[in-house]
Design a protein around this ligand. Structure first.
Ligand code: ARG
Length: 466
């Protein structure tokens, strides 16, 4: 028995019916479906469509169904086509005919969009808390690194020395944009679809503004035709999840490189690594590789969904049912990847000797050029002078620290006996001036700002929970 069997004189083909069944996955919307139906029943009661008795019976019945489903999630199952059919069947089983009045003036088209909007708005804060926890792990590593330096890279070639703290905060900065992007996806989902009917609106005098605020929405959709197939919030969520995964994959790739034998700036805790079945010496960064790999899955969900939406005719089409598995899979992938990344980052140890050694030498060339600029030489000229010096040092297998004062002066008369102090990684870092730079003072301020942001997230969560 389906919600639409009255129209047909034969039962559906079992294979075709099974193909369309969504209950196996949309049961994740159980809470949201009941929440929406409770509000809808009250709105029908307020509009005088349902009697006070029927409204009471439906509300009590739905509340009992919600309690039962929460108590035993495995109870939310059966031969039903989808979660909406399941809830309605259980309601009629429980309260009889009054239950058959719940769907008055409503369509599953608006109902399923409502459910997914409620779901996304409920689950995004959970992901945001995971993002914040990873930011906190980066901030922790940054704080512990103190004044340690490491090379920064462009083209994956040594570029300039930076504080290790600055490096960790660079990933925190990207993650904070992901946090904001998830909030934007939640804002996109923030519109009530009920009142749209199947496509043309409903004929009952539903107070949609009141219904919206009852369900925590700040607005009602603008147009019932658009609302029946608008899944922009799904695309926004999948985009936010994909870009967050892209960021996690870049963090993972960095750490795979930096913890490898050739670099060795950081070491993976044994707990974050796996061994080889054949090579006893191996310590493999599997969790990081998996995060990097799963990024393809998240991006696939986004491109898959955009492809489903492309050229879809106006109004509801069953294609839209694909939205749910995309959302659930992207959510699970991002959630698990955030957790794994945090576990790895929070146990990472630093080899400050090794990172410091890699941060000195010829990558101080920009600072040597800046020294000449400070003494009046045009930068282009200074670049040439230092470039020639680098060429010579490379040929001789030496670096700046090996130069005698006479050799410095051979390159330029402007070099004084203070130049060895300038040509160190720490001096290079301390010479930076801008707020986004790696100067110790700027990094301290950035750390403080990050800590404040984390505290405000924490406070926001306890207000929401309390
Ligand atoms: N399972 C369906 C979906 O996910 C629910 C909406 C069904 N509406 C319909 N007109 N068949 O989209």
């Amino acid at each position: 028995m389906t919600l639409w069997s009255g129209r047909f004189d034969t039962a559906p083909d079992p294979e075709a019916f099974a193909f369309g069944v969504s209950f196996g996955f949309d049961r994740a919307l159980f809470e949201d479906d009941v929440t929406g139906s409770l509000a809808w029943a009250e709105a029908l009661g307020a509009a005088g469509v349902l009697s006070a008795d029927d409204t009471r019976a439906i509300v009590d019945g739905l509340q009992a169904i919600l309690a039962e489903g929460r108590r035993d999630p495995s109870w939310v199952s059966g031969p039903d086509e989808d979660v909406h059919s399941f809830v309605e069947r259980k309601l009629v089983e429980r309260i009889g005919d009054a239950g058959r009045r719940l769907h008055t003036g409503r369509s599953r088209n608006e109902q399923v969009s409502l459910d997914l909007r409620l779901y996304v708005r409920r689950r995004i804060p959970v992901l945001q808390a995971e993002v914040a926890a990873l930011v906190a792990a980066c901030v922790d590593r940054a704080e512990r690194a103190d004044a340690a330096v490491m090379p920064s890279y462009t083209h994956l070639r040594r570029a300039q020395p930076v504080l290790v703290a600055h490096y960790f905060l660079s990933h925190a900065a990207a993650l904070r944009r992901d946090h904001a992007r998830l909030a934007a996806a939640a804002a996109e989902a923030d519109a009530l679809t009920l009142g749209s009917g199947a496509i043309a609106g409903t004929s009952y005098a539903i107070d949609t503004a009141r219904l919206a605020s009852r369900l925590g929405f700040s607005r009602v959709v603008a147009n019932s035709i658009d609302a029946s197939s608008d899944r922009d919030f799904v695309a926004a969520f999948l985009y936010a999840a994909s870009l967050a995964m892209v960021h996690l994959s870049r963090l993972a790739e960095d750490l795979i490189i930096f913890t490898g034998e050739e670099y060795g700036f950081f070491d993976l805790a044994d707990a974050s690594a796996t061994g080889s079945s054949m090579m006893p010496q191996k310590k493999n960064p599997d969790p990081l590789e998996l995060v990097r790999g799963k990024t393809g899955r998240a991006i696939g969900r986004l491109t898959g969904w955009l492809t489903t939406m492309k050229a879809l005719p106006s109004g509801y089409n069953k294609d839209l049912q694909e939205d749910k598995e995309a959302v659930f899979d992207a959510e699970a992938t991002l959630g698990a990847s955030l957790g794994a990344s945090r576990a790895v980052v929070s146990r990472l140890s630093l080899d400050a000797d090794r990172s410091g050694r890699a941060a000195s030498g010829l990558l101080l060339a920009t600072d040597v050029a800046d020294y000449l600029v400070a003494r009046g030489m045009p930068f282009r000229r200074a670049h040439e002078v230092v470039g020639a010096l680098v060429r010579r040092l490379l040929a001789e297998g030496r670096d700046f620290s090996a130069l005698t004062l006479a050799e410095w002066r051979e390159a330029s008369e402007l070099f004084g006996d203070d130049v060895p102090q300038v040509a160190t990684a720490l001096a290079a870092v301390e010479a930076r001036r801008t707020p986004q730079s790696t100067s110790p003072q700027a990094v301290r301020m950035a750390l403080d700002e990050c800590r404040k942001w984390l505290a405000s997230q924490e406070a926001g969560r306890s207000v929401a929970a309390g």
